[in-house]
Structures are given as structure tokens and as C-alpha cells.
Design a protein. Structure first.
Ligand SMILES: [Zn+2]
Ligand SMILES: [Zn+2]
Length: 350
């Protein structure tokens, strides 16, 4: 087994040094990150359902704030639409709604439209080509452009180990972004390679956290052995570590999920009080696991965590039992198929 120390955190997608921030830094600044400063122009009040030709006629100020350098989300989206119309992938009658789905680089429930600095928006768009995307990332504020494949309802990632993965295509820039995950027992930051990892919208993440809040309140996480069976970027397992679990087992068959989980262990390690001691060189892993591989071990602050790249159905070969096994699959997958014969613990469908 080839073990390496985890290197300093450069962005796994673009190699840049600014994409990945430590979780404490993000959490300390999240309230002010997207706020207007005293010098910011007022909300431009761009009508999102108005044809762009009308917005152009009225005119809008797209200059950055002289104080903080940020621009209103709608202004960034209007600039994007202007380029998309110029390149013919949107019509003059298109509205701001037709641009695509904007994901801010640090996802957090905001009560106001965000003001964006440099590289703070990952745009997911239909009907877009690479040359247009390369123009779009020159707009201040836009960090990456992802082309959506298939219907918006089709989840990104792998449904099962024998299925072809469904991924979006990163056309230009970088697709690493994070979400701040909030629970009754604390907050962590979870990074995602957003063209390859399920996108959570609206109430999805809060409703999953309410399930964990409930387990925490019932004393079912503190001091327990928890399996995060389809861990994705590691959200549920890391939150269980934060909740005081004594052992957390992460597993996913999708290599990107394992890479994201390792990154999220690293960037949250000071909050959780542990060190990632050693791990398998993930470049040697197949995109979709065939066998169970023990990728990493982490210890500290009363918790032991193990990361496995494997098919959930084979995990029982290496983990004989648990207290709680969390199963968080795609909405289209029937979780009833994932039974764990011989285990005494409780399986919780998230
Ligand atoms: Zn990056
Ligand atoms: Zn400002």
C-alpha cells in the first residue's frame, strides 16, 4: 500500500492556491462574505423575467464597487447573458432565468442576493459550448462553467456500481465549491467537485441535517460506531464525527466522492481536532470501485475514522458491525435493496 502524507491543500481541480480555504476561515467570515459594503451601489433591481433587450435598453451599471470590488449577482448574470446572446447560444428575448443555475462558491442560506468578488460563482448551464464558457469565466465573479447533461432531475454521480456514471461537463475554469453544513451541534464546510457530485438544492441539506439532529438528540451518535455507507463528499460522516461518534466509517464506490471526502477531512481537521495520518494514492483507484480498498485512517479527539472505496454490499466483509448505518442514495434508488445481514445496528435511510 502506497501511503503518503497529505500535501498542503492546493485545488484538486485547477491546482490553484485560492480555491480551498480552511473551514474555520470560511465560518468566521461567512456572514460578511456576500454582503454589500457601505460603498456598494444599491440593488440594481434587474427584472429576471424581462427579455434582455429590455434590460439593455434601460441600461444597468456593471462596474465593481469602488469600496469592496464586488458586484451584485444579477449584474454578473446579466453580463453572462450578454455574452451568451453575442455568441448565439441565447436569444435577444432570453431572460436572466435562462442563463443557468448560479451556485455561489461557498453555499450558505442567504437572506439577500449575494455581492460577488473574484471567482465566486460556478454557473451550471444548458446549451452551451466550450468557447462561450471560456468567455464567461473572463467575467469578474465567474469561477467556472459547467454544462448540464440530461434532465435537471437526474442526479450527478453513480447510481450503482454497474451503472455508467452521470456527470456534468466542466467546460472552463474550476468547479470546486463548498457548502456550509449547519446542525444543532455545529457547522462544517464540505467541498464538492461540482460537475461530478450531486448538487443539493433548497431544503435537501437542511432536511438531512434534521435527521442527524434527531439521532443526536436521542443519544444515537455520541460514542457510537457510525457507517456513512454512500458518503459522497463525506457530509454525514463528518457531521457524525462532530456530534461525538467514536468511530466513523466512510464508504463510496465513486472515486471523486473519496477524493472529496479526504479533502473535507483535511479542511475541517482543526475544527474536529484530528490529523489525516496516511492514505492511499487515490490516482491508483478505479473510477468506480470493484473491491473494497481501505483508503485512509484518521484519529484524534476521541474519534477514529476510516475511509473505504468500495461497493456498499461488500463493506460487511471488513466492517462486521455498527451502531448506526446511514444510507443516503439518490432519490431514484430504492434503499430497501441495501440490506446488511448479520449486523445488529440500526440502518437509517436519510
Ligand atoms: Zn480550483
Ligand atoms: Zn462594496
Amino acid at each position: 500500500m502506497d501511503m503518503n502524507q497529505l500535501a498542503a491543500v492546493s485545488c484538486p481541480a485547477c491546482g490553484g492556491s485560492e480555491c480551498i480555504e480552511p473551514a474555520e476561515f470560511i465560518l468566521d467570515n461567512i456572514y460578511s462574505r456576500y454582503m454589500a459594503c457601505g460603498d456598494c451601489l444599491p440593488d440594481p433591481q434587474l427584472q429576471k423575467d424581462l427579455p434582455f433587450s429590455k434590460i439593455e435598453q434601460k441600461g444597468y451599471d456593471n462596474s465593481p464597487c469602488t469600496g469592496c470590488g464586488k458586484r451584485h449577482l444579477d449584474v454578473v448574470m446579466a453580463d453572462a447573458l450578454s455574452i451568451m446572446i453575442e455568441y448565439g447560444c441565447r436569444s435577444k428575448g432570453s431572460t436572466l432565468f435562462d442563463v443557468g443555475t448560479p451556485l455561489i462558491s461557498v453555499g450558505y442560506p442567504l437572506a439577500f442576493p449575494p455581492r460577488l468578488g473574484r471567482n465566486e460563482l460556478v454557473l451550471i448551464a444548458d446549451n452551451i459550448s466550450r468557447p462561450v464558457a471560456e468567455q464567461l469565466i473572463r467575467i469578474p465573479g465567474i469561477k467556472g462553467v459547467i454544462k448540464r447533461e440530461g434532465a435537471p432531475s437526474q442526479s450527478v454521480g453513480i447510481q450503482d456500481t454497474d451503472c455508467k456514471p452521470h456527470t456534468y461537463e466542466l467546460l472552463a475554469g474550476c468547479d470546486m465549491r463548498c457548502d456550509v453544513v449547519t446542525s444543532s451541534f455545529g457547522e462544517l464546510c464540505i467541498y464538492k467537485s461540482q460537475s461530478k457530485i450531486h448538487i443539493e438544492f433548497g431544503r435537501e441539506s437542511p432536511s438531512k441535517m434534521r435527521v442527524l439532529d434527531g439521532l443526536y438528540a436521542q443519544g444515537q451518535l455520541m460514542g457510537k460506531v457510525v457507517v456513512d455507507g454512500f458518503c459522497g463528499p463525506g457530509t454525514l460522516g463528518l457531521m457524525c464525527a462532530l456530534a461525538g461518534a467514536k468511530r466513523v466509517i466512510f464508504n463510496d464506490a465513486w472515486k471523486t466522492a473519496i477524493e472529496n471526502t479526504l479533502l473535507n477531512i483535511e479542511i475541517n481537521k482543526d475544527i474536529l481536532g484530528f490529523e489525516l495520518t496516511a492514505y492511499v494514492d487515490t490516482s491508483t483507484l478505479p473510477d468506480i470501485a470493484e473491491n473494497i480498498v481501505h483508503v485512509a485512517s484518521v484519529e484524534g479527539n476521541g474519534v477514529v475514522m476510516d475511509v473505504f472505496h468500495g461497493d456498499f454490499r461488500k463493506l460487511k466483509e471488513v466492517i462486521p458491525d455498527f451502531d448506526i448505518c446511514l444510507i443516503d442514495t439518490f432519490p431514484s434508488v430504492n434503499p430497501a435493496g441495501f440490506v446488511w445481514n448479520g449486523a445488529s445496528g440500526r440502518i437509517v435511510i436519510i
